[in-house]
Design a protein around this ligand. Structure first.
Ligand code: NOJ
Length: 768
């Protein structure tokens, strides 16, 4: 009896100490990995102050330029131990030499870390992230990151500046293309999948890279969608809607974070102690390192926080560990230490975190682990990787309209391929492509000819340029990449296109945005298809031929007019290397589209920001028609053009009523919600079944609904399946006014459907 009692006491002590020891370890600056701690400690004991500050310095030598500043004297800097890492580089030749310089010629032989913007693939380019998110397929997303990691490590990279997990609800913001849309739950799932794909089970593996989660935080909340603009947001909104994907990435074990350019409620993220230390480390338990964005430390001066010395000290003290490009840390921290503006402990802490990252990557065991030219030659753009890119692209396309089942096209007759993106390779890859070779991408015309086979007569006319707006044309560029132009008069191109269309049975108009009309520094105040292309479309609609739009876009565009006139619209985002093949597969029905939009498409730009999980307001608009004194506009309805989660298929799916396993529950019980989904058409297809929860009465005004679960199922023609979801009290939780994450008893409405506005509902009572 006594023995049993003691046993229980000891077990309790063991449990308590297991719970508190990580916290204690963190407080003492230890990581929980005794071997690593000992290694880093002995190394730091040998380091001079200059060498420690050197580890905090991240430079670019301008090989793959992604900003406007290039560091000078990189070779000398490496030898002197003044550089901790280099980014914007790839290729074993350059990286091998730089690593050798660090390992052989610097005093302590500390290896460098090599970073790159590997955003949606390295050599094999996958769809832009917004497109990838439309797959709702975590397996495919993880696989794309794994392939990107294996190709990048083949070229010496060990650190990628991805995933970007910024929630965005304003399509004017160009970087909406780089994220996973507007929803925190889906965004969190994708953040985890990406981190798993990049880092694998052990970052020491030769084909794994360290992820860098960005941009911390709330960058997507920029006012008016204007790039780099101010973010001002309530705490509840921040915690409930914007922070979850960053937290999910921490939980998935992400090794590093990048601070964002914006201010958050007045304090720039890069010097924000609450954000970088209290929230990220103390509340969430993040143990990796934080790098600034490109010159973001220097930019603190423009934000109004002081001169370079002052802002560098502020950033370090806030919890920033590495300074990208700006050399503020390098140039001022020593002086600040002397003047007691920073402490030795603060410098040591940042240095330790950078060294730990190198340790976790296995660079101290083998600094050349991913620098192997034989591997480099073998891993690039293989047939298998191309096939994976084609599969992901097909799954990312969203069928927005398909009147009278014009799609899929028959593999016979005459098709006119028209539009500035129909015979183009460079625009297929989308924004943020550094190592991807446009010459290796498949154009739409090549894909269509190959997939359609000899039974189809394919005609082509360019029809227009992407834009004739001189400002837009001049501004939509990224380093080394501009739009190709045809210098013929616009009318001449349109006439040729109409003549071509008249000879065809069906017109496939390949139109939309160029790759660099979205992405960094590419916000737009007008999110229409450019006017020149609209003129082309007007002329094509007049021919009376059936028109299928294949739409390229890095953001939601305003498409009511196109929706009204086109017979079908297939949104292909920017599909990547296998663009043409994937598009043709879907156009001809080799793959039945299953993608669903992860961001709301507005009817016009005045509705922005527009998102499905909005509040009800005190004067909610209802669909009974326009009414005075309601929360609405007098010139457009509140409804979007296409709601979050929307996307059609070549078949149709019918949903039964929602069946709940119980009508009332208590505490930790689990509710099972079930629907029967029937493929009511005659083509096999996949459907993304979505579950939303509403909490109509609570201590704060809650969103009208929130996505809590989804399942992607496949159904043969005529087949039906029961789809069930387990719902627990965890799915009812929200941040209250004291920022406590909890649920409140009462009625909840469980909604299941094909998109956020087309759902079946049942209600349940849940008590504490
Ligand atoms: C600035 C961008 O905001 C960031 O996403 C990128 O990783 C860095 N430049 C490095 O290129």
């Amino acid at each position: 009896m006594k023995k049993y009692f003691l046993h229980r006491v000891f077990r309790k002590i063991a449990v308590i100490s297991a719970l508190i020891s990580p916290v204690m370890a963190m407080a003492q600056g230890s990581s929980g990995d005794a071997k690593m701690d000992a290694f880093v400690k002995q190394l730091m004991a040998k380091m001079t102050l200059d060498e420690k500050i050197g580890q905090l310095n991240l430079v670019t030598s301008g090989r793959a330029l992604t900003g406007s500043v290039v560091n000078k004297g990189v070779e000398e800097g490496i030898k002197k131990g003044e550089i901790g890492g280099i980014f914007g580089v790839y290729g074993t030749d350059y990286i091998g030499k730089a690593q050798e310089l660090a390992v052989k010629n610097s005093r302590l032989h500390i290896p460098l870390i090599f970073g790159l913007d590997v955003i949606h693939g390295h050599r094999t380019i996958f769809p832009i992230p917004l497109g990838m998110s439309a797959t709702w397929d975590m397996g495919l997303i993880e696989r794309s990151a794994k392939i990107a990691a294996s190709e990048a490590t083949g070229e010496g990279i060990n650190w990628v500046f991805s995933p970007m997990v910024d929630i965005a609800r304003d399509p004017r913001w160009g970087r909406i293309s780089e994220g996973s849309g507007e929803d925190p739950y889906l965004g969190s799932m994708i953040a985890k999948a990406m981190v798993r794909g990049y880092q694998g089970t052990n970052m020491k593996n030769s084909d794994a890279v360290m992820a860098c989660v960005k941009h911390f935080a709330l960058y997507g909340g920029a006012e008016a969608g204007r790039e780099y603009n101010t973010v001002d947001m309530s705490a509840i909104k921040m915690y409930q809607d914007y922070l979850p994907p960053y937290k999910a990435a921490v939980d998935a074990g992400a090794g590093s974070f990048m601070s964002s350019f914006n201010t958050i409620n007045g304090v720039p993220a890069t010097a924000n102690q609450w954000l970088l230390t209290d929230l990220l480390r103390k509340q969430w338990g993040f143990k990796g390192f934080v790098v600034s964005d490109y010159t973001a430390v220097n930019e603190l001066s423009a934000h109004g926080l002081g001169d370079l010395q002052t802002v560098s000290a502020l950033a370090l003290k806030a919890g920033l560990d590495m300074d990208m490009v700006g050399e503020g840390f390098l140039k001022t921290l020593k002086k600040s230490l002397k003047e007691k503006k920073v402490t030795q402990q603060e410098i040591d802490q940042a240095c330790r975190r950078v060294l730990e990252a190198k340790y976790k990557l296995g660079l101290f065991d083998n600094p050349y682990k991913s620098i192997n030219s034989e591997v480099e030659a073998k891993t690039e753009l293989t047939e298998a990787n191309r096939l994976a890119a084609r599969e992901v692209a097909e799954h990312s396309f969203v069928l927005l309209k398909n009147k009278a089942q014009i799609l899929p096209l028959k593999k016979s007759g005459t098709i006119a391929l028209i539009g500035p993106l129909a015979d183009n390779q460079s625009e297929m890859l989308g924004t943020w492509v550094i190592a991807g070779d446009p010459k290796k991408s498949v154009s739409v015309i090549d894909g269509v000819k190959k997939v359609a086979g000899s039974g189809v007569n394919v005609l082509y006319a360019r029809g227009s340029n992407i834009t004739d707006d001189s400002l837009l044309n001049a501004r939509a560029w990224f380093f080394g990449m501009k739009q190709e132009r045809d210098n013929r008069p616009a009318q001449q191109m349109i006439d040729e296109a109409v003549e071509t269309a008249n000879k065809a049975d069906v017109v496939v108009a390949v139109v939309g945005e160029s790759a660099n009309m979205s992405g960094e520094s590419a916000s737009r105040s007008d999110i229409n298809i450019p006017e020149t292309q609209k003129e082309l479309l007007k002329a094509l609609f007049k021919t009376g031929k059936p028109i299928v739009l294949v739409l390229f876009n890095g953001r939601p565009l305003t498409l009511p007019w196109e929706d009204q006139h086109a017979n079908a619209i297939l949104d292909v985002w920017a599909p990547g290397t296998e663009a043409g093949n994937a598009i043709a597969d879907v156009l001809f029905g080799n793959y039945n589209p299953s993608g669903k939009i992860t961001v709301t498409f507005p009817k016009n730009v005045g509705q922005v920001p527009i998102y499905y999980n909005h509040k009800n307001t005190g004067r909610p608009f209802d669909d009974k028609g326009p009414a005075k004194f309601k929360s609405d506009y007098i010139d457009v309805s509140n409804a979007p053009l296409y709601p979050f989660g929307y996307g059609l298929s070549y078949t149709t799916f019918k949903y039964s009523d929602v069946k709940l396993s119980k009508s009332s529950l208590k505490g930790n019980q689990t509710l099972k919600a079930t629907v029967t989904v029937t493929n009511s058409g005659n083509i096999d297809g996949e459907e993304i079944v979505q579950l939303y929860v509403s909490d109509p009465v609570a201590s704060i005004s809650r969103s009208v609904k929130e996505l809590k679960h989804f399942k992607k199922i496949s159904l043969k023609a005529g087949e039906q399946k029961e789809v069930s979801f387990d719902i627990t009290a965890n799915d009812l939780k929200f941040y209250n006014t004291r920022l406590k994450y909890d649920w409140e008893p009462g009625e909840f409405i469980i909604q299941i459907g094909t998109n956020s506005s087309d759902v079946q509902s049942a209600s349940v009572h849940w008590s504490k």
